[in-house]
Design a protein around this ligand. Structure first.
Ligand SMILES: Nc1ncnc2c1ncn2[C@@H]1O[C@H](COP(=O)(O)OP(=O)(O)O)[C@@H](O)[C@H]1O
Ligand SMILES: C[C@@](O)(CCOP(=O)(O)O)CC(=O)O
Ligand SMILES: [Mg+2]
Length: 333
């Protein structure tokens, strides 16, 4: 038997990092996906084929006749730790340990703030649980995805695996979520081309929080308040123009606060300012930062903003919200 599952990337519209401290956040699934095939194998081992992820720590030496490959097993194992933990958790849940081969292909840039870690965990949990005959709801998959991130990162709010499993547009707070009405969001995502590790960035914010709680706590509180305000604006009966203007202002404040937490970079801020100058109503980092992506809200100006992002050295992506979260694509008996 073979099962193919897929799960989407996400953007965090408001509230990354502060969500780790129990504040609310707003996120949406987007139309880039990770695909995972799972099937039984005969050798009884867990085999992971990660087809498009860069594995660090490879050394090649060669003479006239031969090529030698050496791998830093620690580094290679670390890169695959989300997939490994996800498989282990499903096997524990099913009370079965079997030889399973998992094969991954992904459209999501890695370490770019678009939730590749959550998508790979959710799609793996979806495929392996179905293979083992375990019937999990999307909420249960989200919870196991959250556990996976906690095991690998040490800290995780759970927002990414929840959005990836459920799909759509969500207001998330401490493990619970509310589905927000689908509104057409004229956004442009800008990718700096560099990456940041969520584990390291979350740890960096934690260090500042522990060293200067009297300064960092009010920043996190402000972030929480602006997310509540953004939810009110999204649900209010305002016309679109006013809604976008208010959301844009809140995005700019959120970016400033993320910069104050130390998770922006020059490239990210360059793309943010270039977008605003090209007419975006708001622009901010999305995800953990330290590289990766920003997004801009640009009604009627999406192509101007995309061009400005390109000129500033980034890669623009015009994406749509994906209504669908985890999907079982194929089951071959
Ligand atoms: N296609 C993939 N195959 C295997 N592991 C992946 C894949 N995509 C992402 N990952 C895992 O997720 C990690 C990146 O997660 P993270 O630092 O949270 O950044 P983000 O979630 O923003 O992309 C990678 O180092 C790797 O461990
Ligand atoms: C920084 C954080 O708020 C979001 C991280 O998202 P990503 O892994 O950078 O896509 C962490 C979390 O919510 O667990
Ligand atoms: Mg991640």
């Amino acid at each position: 038997m073979r099962v193919l599952a897929s799960a989407p990337a996400k953007i965090i519209l408001f509230g990354e990092h502060s969500v780790v401290y129990g504040k609310p956040a707003i996120a949406a699934a987007i139309d880039l996906r990770t695909y995972v095939w799972a099937e039984f194998n005969k050798n009884g081992r867990i085999r992971i084929e990660a087809k498009d992820i860069r594995v660090p720590g490879l050394t090649v030496s060669f003479s006239d006749k031969e090529i030698y490959f050496e791998t830093d097993y620690g580094k290679a194992a670390e890169v695959l730790s989300y997939v490994r933990e996800a498989i282990n958790l499903v096997m524990e849940e099913a009370g079965q340990k079997k030889g399973v081969t998992v094969s991954i292909t992904s459209q999501i840039p890695v370490g770019a703030g678009l939730g590749s870690s959550a998508a790979v965990a959710v799609a793996t949990i979806g495929a392996v649980s179905r293979l083992l005959g375990l019937e999990l709801t999307k909420e249960e998959v989200a919870k196991l995805g959250h556990k996976t991130e906690l095991l690998v990162q040490g800290a995780s709010s759970g927002i990414d695996p929840t959005v990836s499993a459920i799909g759509g547009f969500l207001y998330y707070e401490k493990g619970t979520f509310e589905e927000l009405p689908a509104i057409e969001l004229p956004i442009v995502v800008g990718y700096t081309g560099s990456s940041g590790s969520t584990k390291e960035l979350v740890a960096k914010v934690r260090r500042s929080f522990e060293e200067m709680p009297e300064i960092i706590t009010p920043i996190l509180n402000s972030m929480g308040k602006l997310v509540e305000k953004a939810r009110e604006v999204i649900l209010a009966d305002y016309d679109k123009e006013l809604k976008f203007q208010l959301l844009g202002r809140l995005m700019n404040i959120n970016h400033g606060l993320l910069d104050a937490l130390g998770v922006s970079t020059k490239s990210l801020s360059d793309l943010v300012y270039a977008s605003r100058e090209a007419g975006a109503l708001g622009a901010k980092i999305t995800g953990a930062g330290g590289g990766g992506c920003m997004y801009a809200l640009a009604p009627g100006k999406q192509s101007e903003v995309a061009t400005a992002i390109k000129i500033a050295g980034g890669m623009p992506m015009i994406t749509k919200i994906s209504r669908e979260g985890l999907r079982i694509e194929e089951v071959e008996e």
